[in-house]
Design a binder for this molecule. Sequence first.
Ligand SMILES: [Zn+2]
Length: 187
Amino acid sequence: MRPPDGQVYRFDPGALCLELLATGGPGPFARFETLHGPSELSAWAAESRLGPCPGLTVTEPELAAVRRLRDALFLFTADHAHGRPWDPRHLEPLNDAAAAPPLAARIEADGSRSWAPGATGTGLLSTVARDAVDLFTGPYASRVRECAAGDCFLLFVDTSRPGRRRWCAMERCGNRAKARTHRATKA
Ligand SMILES: [Zn+2]
């Protein structure tokens, strides 16, 4: 992540579908948009949990569909994290995307995992949407949270055994909170 104050840090939201949320968002979050063209979506996929997806083709309409799903999933996840009721309008794009065939996983001759040739933006979108279905209907659904810093809106799932994760990243918001507590104690 590259916050405006310049300190670059690593943020692992704990699930593929939540990784997509950090690429931009609806309304005021549009200024953080990073998916401006199909090549940026391919680059995101390669850096995500999916890993390299050689030969992935993404069209402009597919990119637009990914951004639509992301924005709906962003609002859906925020509602979920704060215990607010789900808006059915946010579920529709999710279920539509999940209905398409996902990327096909395969094992290469050298034992490594990769994706079958012919991967498309629609397959990528379906894979992300199915990950969201699994997350929000699975054992960690109640562990989806927003960063506890009041000025940070990053969403993550806490998959740690104790389940006490509060921050997007300890090195970012965790340390900022520690510094505040320290200053308050000294004062
Ligand atoms: Zn944070």
